[in-house]
Design a protein around this ligand. Sequence first.
Ligand SMILES: *Cc1c(COP(=O)(O)O)cnc(C)c1O
Length: 447
Amino acid sequence: MSTPTYQKDAHEVHDPEVLSKARAIIEKCSSPKLMQKEVIDAVERNAIWRGEECLNLLAPEAPTSPTVRKLLASEVGTRAAEGHIGPTQRWFAGTTHIDEIEALCVELLKKVFKSNYADHRLVASMLGNLTVYAALTKPGDNIMTIPQPTGGHSSNRYDGPAGIRGLNIYDVPMDPQELTVDLDAFAKKAREIKPRLVALGASMTLFPFPLKEMTQIVQEWGGKIFFDGAHQLGLIGGGQFQDPLSEGACVMTGSSGKTFSGPQSGIILWNDPEINKPITDAIFPALAATHQVNRVAALAAAAAEFLAFGEEYMAQIVKNSKALGKALHDRGVTMLGAHKGFTKTHQVIADVRSFGNGLDIAKKLGDANIITNKNLIPSDKPEDWDYPSGLRIGTTEVTRLGMKENDMETVADFMIDVLEDRKQTEQVRKEVIEFRKAYQKIHYCFD
Ligand SMILES: *Cc1c(COP(=O)(O)O)cnc(C)c1O
């Protein structure tokens, strides 16, 4: 059977080669059932490789507990429950038990994060951020957010929800050495443009933000601070990072699949009843309708796990990232924030310019089953996006698999073997698979 050839579609955003490979596979299948099997097989290949054989050092990932995974496949995931919790505020009948599940989720989230209000319906933190911009700004408002090379995320920039809202976006000035906000420069710029909202929190995040000081400044004209805690959510809930809501942020969003280690989705937390209506109006009926109740159940279960294990788990994550930062530094890798103890989060950031660019280095490590991501660092420009100088390395997953500080020495050794070409990539890959065999169980859960 010949493999069909396809015209290249100039409008297609996805890699044309990968798509045409998939089309060829589908064409070769003699029945839809075999097409389905191709999907299942690809999922299985990923589960074995990424789930059992890799050192996953991707900062935005976390393995979920068996109970959370089971709930993600539960029957309730086929049910629709638009609206707010309670018998009169739903479109559909038959939601008695769904109300129970959702109310448990909301109350567990409030308990973990000690907040007055919490919402569980956003399927991603991107939508949490859009909720905040829709609720607390008007098109044409000035806001200040962190630029990407110093850790900012597209959701708070022109190419994401903040841009969709039609906001004028100014940079929060960051100190490239200290990797936190340059307070003097911030005060000067903020007093000049009087932003309605300042977004803090970042994807590349090593140290806390001067939230109290910044809150005092923006209060001069009634501005507000919004904390995008996508990455730090678990660390905050586990008491291992600053507590944005008590330090002046009026609202916080977070990705529940990052350090929080629940199902991938968005949560939003706040204390001030004054912003209750605009926030919940933006959630429903604007940004959530059928909001995946299976995911809500899994989120509630993850929150209960977090109450029992969160503090210990999150503390070990930070201990491990400090240990990994030091181990890489001791082996000659340039680490950001070395003069400040490397990190206070789940991440460490390497400047890999002496070995190559971030894209090639991440690919090479990936070939050895060590998964990281290329990252912009302060010395890069936003247009260096594809070939940045940095590597972001996170310890959430290896921690949940039971690794401790001494294991970080081994992880650093594997990385150096690849970075300095001390061993063949294939050899390191074999050693990583062997090392991972002892770390297959999910810790910090009831299972
Ligand atoms: C990951 C991330 C987001 C988006 O979160 P999703 O849950 O993936 O939608 C938003 N903001 C920051 C700072 C992030 O790192």
